[in-house]
Design a protein around this ligand. Structure first.
Ligand SMILES: *Cc1c(COP(=O)(O)O)cnc(C)c1O
Length: 941
């Protein structure tokens, strides 16, 4: 009988078909995948059993199960506030941006020429933030408001003149911000002092003010700022962007740094995230900004072009000199927030803010007239009401009417209005307080008279040109068309695992039952979420061999920090607080050392040998030297060199024997899932990157989720949250479950792959990397290999000799690949002068061969440079990439043909990607730092 069952999802997720897989195996010289894996993966780390996961569900079944979970969440009107406000994502943005793979599958814009669309969108975001906060330089997103505040705290300490170690926090700061500040401050020796800021702040290096406050109170901080500056301290304002359309900007009342969330600019709650936080700074602090900063430069033809400024890779994560560990940020959400501002324009935003404010005023007026006490006379959107002993009853009465309010204490309830608040909601709230029948009267605004918003904002034409839906649709399309994302071609980035982000995985995240849940909604309203999170944490524990997982960290970097805090707390609990040395191999990702510094550890670098492995002799020496103070080793496995180090179990044993803990950076878990488990082969803790191994799309540089996974002895030290039962370690993210809103993606992936599918994916990823290595090896030397001459899930090709002989650099190859329609591999990491390629399991043989063909053709071009057939400097490699404008110019001064420039392979004649700018001058942009939308004249010839 013919098999009538549908092919499993894994056959959709895994690119190569079985016959293709056979051809690839043949090329690599193996009979079967099992044989290949048996040679490639060291026996010592192999997992004994298959993963204990439920049998794979079909796409239809998985969606049905997710529907069931979603139905267990209850969507109420949320008037909880506290940094999270309901908002309308304009449908044109939801459908054509958030739900559009042209946007969400893009990578971080390290290759600026193929990222002009999202870079422009991020520049819009920076302009919004800079204009509204009244500070000249804004970055392209931080992880959440609380961690942004923590970054501002450390920035103030670095940049300020004060010798104090005290950071003063406004008593009216959001609770999650206070908690994250405490987590971050303690290991760095910073003392937090909470203060009502009624007079001058106590002696300190910095002060954080919340504007408006958590209680809704909106106050003038001019005197506080002046007093702080007088004493040599910097002022940080945590500000609400929507409020800033109506009241004075932080930059105008004396803030040096502004931070906050852009969530209410069109981004759903998602049970806490992901949302883009922002930071802006005054002149003079821009080189201290953490995270990425988009700037304007010029291309080879002198036209304006965007790129990431002030960093060869990431200026702030320079190993032990690091000042921040932020890598993956919240790009997709920043793009949405920026587009929300583009769509509404300054007048639209002011109208929305005004509407929010008028509803809050009406709400307060009705309560007052009913005899209730409204605590603050001046507020923007949040009304604090005193109801002695009745707070819980009011909350219950509101919930009965379908509205969530916030209980501050037994005697106080706060009510936050937002873009969706209307007369019906106000009436329900009145009723909940026992003030039924109150009527809206024309009370005066409740904004402080001393804080008028006088400066203009969003004057740039981009905020005035796209207000009709047609114009918005075309603007989104025009920007999307400039970029290469996974919807065009493979993105062969080592260490970043740009695999399929399946449509079925993506679908649920915009369902209201997942998108519209406030992170502080009552637990029973999020029952579906809690089950989904619990299940996902259990599955990840099974996959990694650890005992407990927390999904709170909202990027890999934050998972690292959380893991190291767990190690630190464990040593302290054992009376070994002197253990503060963290060993890190020289090949490690920059975030590792940065996280260690943030966790109060001292970084000691361990050398790698010529094969790229941890140098055991050096490890022994370093362990010996720091035996009594050894806290941990952080190793990436498989290593960033793309090989399975044979000695990993030995490395673990040596560190354990000296009393240290082993942290395995799980960014490369795509080489291990189903085959080996870090928690079983000797590690104590890992972070994973759900935006690498578990299919959350890269979003052009975020969002991500970086769960931290630990063995039992560290389980008591995972990140807590002020809203949950106390644990010894505080939260690392603002929201209790971090970026919960995108967890359905990873849940769906695991659910649809099952044990066999996940293992097959890993095997295919290894086979594909080895296939590429084998095919490229005759043309480019492959730098590191392990047993049997095999690599793991990625390979590094070495151009250093080629560069020496011909002058052609990795940059030239990367930019020439654009002419061939490809995103470049990872450049010069972890070894300068090399390219790291990770094909992932999702690319089929045709696509892999297309890439190989391009790389071989480029090698041919390099040979022509070497032989003198091509000019040493005026050749297609050095001049790459070629725009349509440049190859159709009336003048063509180059010694090679236009067709060689544009169509080096015949296959490119169909579906050619035309890059929008020529090669970008990085140095020019850093010398002439421009980080907000340039005036239109800049685009004139
Ligand atoms: C991506 C990566 C990280 C950082 O993760 P983010 O999510 O970007 O913060 C850390 N280590 C390695 C090896 C990585 O590849």
């Amino acid at each position: 009988m013919t098999d009538l069952s549908a092919p499993p999802f894994s056959s959709r997720h895994i690119g190569p078909s079985e016959p293709e897989q056979q051809r690839m195996l043949q090329a690599v010289g193996f009979e079967s995948v099992a044989d290949l894996v048996a040679v490639a993966v060291p026996e010592a780390i192999r997992a004994k059993d298959r993963l204990k996961l439920p049998a794979a569900a079909s796409e239809t079944e998985a969606i049905a199960e997710l529907r069931g979970l979603a139905d267990r969440n209850q969507v109420l009107t949320s008037m909880i506030g506290l940094g999270y406000h309901d908002t309308v994502t304009p449908a044109v943005i939801r459908r054509n941006l958030l739900e559009n793979p042209g946007w969400y599958t893009a990578y971080t814009p390290y290759q600026p020429e193929i990222s002009q669309g999202r870079l422009e969108a991020l520049l819009n975001f920076q302009t919004v933030v800079s204009d509204l906060t009244g500070l000249p330089v804004a970055g392209a997103s931080l992880l959440d408001e609380a961690t942004a505040a923590a970054e501002a705290m450390t920035l103030a300490r670095r940049a300020g003149k004060s010798k104090s170690d005290v950071f003063v926090v406004d008593a009216d700061t959001l609770p999650q911000t206070k908690a994250v500040l405490a987590t971050r401050a303690e290991p760095l020796g910073i003392t937090l002092v909470e203060d009502p800021l009624d007079g001058a702040p106590p002696e300190c290096f910095g002060v954080l003010v919340q504007y408006p406050g958590a209680s809704g109170r909106l106050r003038d901080f001019r005197a506080v700022a002046a007093a702080a500056h007088e004493a040599g301290a910097l002022v940080v304002a945590a500000a609400d962007l929507l409020a800033l359309t109506l009241v004075a900007a932080p930059g105008e009342f004396g803030a040096d740094i502004a931070v906050g969330s852009s969530q209410r600019f069109g981004v759903s709650f998602g049970f806490g995230g992901p949302h883009a936080a922002y930071m802006s700074v005054r002149e003079g602090l821009q080189r201290q900004l953490p995270g990425r900063l988009v700037g304007v430069s010029v291309d080879a033809d002198g036209g304006p072009a965007y790129r990431l400024a002030l960093q060869t890779r990431e200026q702030h994560i320079r190993r032990e000199k690091a000042t921040s560990n932020i890598c993956t940020a919240q790009v997709l959400l920043a793009v949405i927030a920026g587009m929300y501002a583009v769509y509404h324009g300054p007048d639209g935003l002011r109208r929305i803010a005004h509407r929010v404010h008028r509803h809050a005023v009406a709400l307060a007026g009705g309560l007052r007239r009913a005899g209730l006490e409204v605590v603050h006379g001046e507020f923007f959107d949040t009304v604090l009401v005193r109801v002695p002993g009745r707070a819980a009853a009011v909350l219950a009465a509101a919930a009965e009417r379908g509205v969530n309010l916030w209980q501050v204490d037994d005697d106080h309830v706060s009510v936050a209005c937002d873009e969706k608040t209307g007369a019906a909601e106000v009436a329900k709230v009145w009723a909940a307080f026992g003030a039924e029948g109150s009527e809206v009267t024309l009370d005066a605004d409740a904004l402080p008279a001393s804080l008028p918003r006088e400066s203009a904002y969003l004057t740039h034409p981009v905020f005035h040109a796209h207000h009709s839906e047609t114009a918005m649709l075309r603007y989104l399309r025009r920007l999307q068309d400039k970029d290469i994302a996974l919807d065009r071609s493979m993105i062969p980035l080592g260490s970043c695992t740009m695999k399929l982000n399946a449509s079925t995985e993506m679908e649920p995240i915009t369902w209201p039952e997942f998108a519209a849940i406030h992170p502080y909604a009552p637990a029973e309203q999020a029952a579906g979420y809690r089950e989904l999170i619990g299940t996902l944490e259990d599955w990840l524990a099974e996959v990694t061999g650890y005992d407990t997982v927390s999904i709170q960290p909202n990027a890999g970097s934050q998972g690292e920090f959380a893991g190291l805090l767990a190690i630190r707390a464990y040593h302290r609990a054992n009376g070994e607080s002197g253990r503060d040395v963290c060993l890190i191999p020289s090949s490690a990702h920059g975030t590792n050392a940065a996280s260690a510094v943030m966790a109060g550890m001292r970084v000691v670098v361990v050398a790698c040998d010529s094969d790229g492995n941890v140098d055991l002799a050096d490890l022994d020496a370093k362990i010996e030297k720091h035996r009594d103070t050894l806290a941990a080793i952080m190793v990436t496995y498989p290593s960033t060199h793309g090989v399975y180090e044979e000695t990993i179990t030995e490395v673990c044993a040596k560190v354990h024997e000296a009393g240290g803990q082993v942290y395995v950076d799980g960014a490369n878990l795509n080489a291990l899932v189903g085959l080996a488990k870090p928690g079983e082969f000797g590690a104590d803790v890992s972070h994973l990157n759900l935006h690498k191994t578990f299919c959350i799309p890269h979003g052009g540089g975020g969002p991500g989720v970086g769960p931290v996974a630990v063995r039992g002895h560290l389980a008591g030290y995972l990140p807590g949250h002020p809203l949950h039962d106390g644990t010894p370690v505080g939260p690392v993210s603002a929201a209790p479950y971090g970026s919960a809103g995108i967890l359905p993606i990873s849940w769906a992936y695991i659910r649809m792959m099952g044990s066999e599918g996940l293992t097959a994916a890993t095997e295919q990823a290894i086979l594909s990397a080895n296939y590429l290595a084998r095919r490229l090896a005759p043309h480019y030397p492959v730098l590191y290999t392990g047993r049997g001459g095999l690599v793991a899930h990625e390979c590094i090709i070495d151009l250093r000799q080629i560069t020496k002989e011909t002058g052609v650099t990795v940059d030239d190859v990367a930019k020439r690949l654009i002419d061939y329609g490809f995103h470049a591999p990872t450049m010069s990491f972890p070894v300068a002068g090399t390219l790291m390629i990770e094909p992932t399991e999702s690319e089929d043989l045709g696509e892999l061969d297309r890439f190989v063909e391009a790389m071989i053709a480029i090698r041919g071009e390099i040979s022509r440079v070497a032989s003198g057939d091509y000019d040493k400097t005026d050749n297609p490699l050095r001049n790459a990439p070629h725009t349509a404008e440049s190859v159709t110019a009336d003048e063509w001064p180059h010694p090679y043909a236009r067709s060689e420039a544009a169509y080096p392979l015949p296959s490119l004649r169909e579906g050619k990607y035309w890059v929008p700018v020529r090669r970008i001058d990085q140095a020019y942009g850093d010398r002439n730092l421009v980080c907000s939308c340039p005036p239109l004249e800049a685009y004139e010839d």
